[in-house]
Design a protein around this ligand. Structure first.
Ligand SMILES: C[S@@+](CC[C@H](N)C(=O)[O-])C[C@H]1O[C@@H](n2cnc3c(N)ncnc32)[C@H](O)[C@@H]1O
Length: 213
């Protein structure tokens, strides 16, 4: 399992509480902004972990995939699959939508995962991605970087998981801005938006063309 998966296996039982605390209770609203823009039907929750997003999938048929069996064990939904985004164990055109929240920073390969998402989406299907990153360049980014360097290790120490939250802080700088990272795959990047204090959370919608690309 990649480093991201191992970290989440270690903190599985505390994950939801700490996430809600760090986002000041906004994590579910941020997920909802993306899910509300996706088609109904069958949805893949990629990196769905403990099922924190389950409440926003109302009326959909949900399949959750995650490499950390420890996270999946805590997820109450029926269809849970151990696996990674880079190698999705599903047939072509299985899903109407793919959703992924707070996962992309942890992937071994964003480009490989986007191609796998494109493969398992039906033509006209959409993917919604939400993740943490850094605010746009400028004072907001500097302030955010200085703040998380103090806040995240402190929260981690209080939660008995300092190493894991130092990893979270480092992961915020791992990837380029979403517009650069998510453009250029066989999925069309339809929109991106920013949320949260200083705009450190982003959302994105990608679409598979009706012709299949
Ligand atoms: C921060 S948690 C997010 C969980 C959930 N999506 C949520 O909204 O709370 C990140 C999840 O990504 C999973 N993950 C790590 N590497 C992955 C990969 N290569 N493919 C899919 N999921 C991965 C972790 O095991 C973990 O459950």
């Amino acid at each position: 399992m990649a480093e991201g998966g191992k970290v989440f296996a270690r903190i599985a039982r505390r994950y939801d509480r700490i996430n809600t605390l760090l986002s000041l209770g906004q994590d579910q609203n941020w997920r909802r902004t993306a899910v509300d823009q996706l088609p109904g039907g069958r949805i893949l929750d990629l990196g769905g972990g403990t099922g924190a997003a389950n409440d926003v999938f109302v009326g959909r048929e949900v399949v959750t995939l995650d490499p950390a069996a420890e996270m999946l064990t805590l997820n109450p939904i029926d269809r849970r699959v151990v696996g990674a985004g880079e190698h999705l164990p599903f047939r072509d055109e299985t899903f109407d939508a793919v959703f992924s929240a707070y996962v992309f920073r942890n992937l071994d390969s964003v480009s490989r995962t986007l191609e796998e998402i494109a493969r398992v989406l039906r033509p006209g299907g959409k993917a919604g991605i939400v993740d943490l990153g850094r605010p746009e360049p400028g004072w907001r980014r500097s302030l955010h970087r200085a703040g998380t360097a103090v806040v995240l290790p402190t929260v981690g120490t209080l939660a008995g998981a300092r190493e894991e939250y130092v990893y979270l802080n480092r992961s915020l700088d791992k990837l380029p801005p979403p517009e650069d990272m998510l453009g250029g795959s066989s999925l069309a990047l339809r929109k991106t938006w920013r949320m949260g204090p200083l705009g450190f959370v982003y959302g994105a919608i990608l679409e598979k063309g009706a012709g299949g690309s």
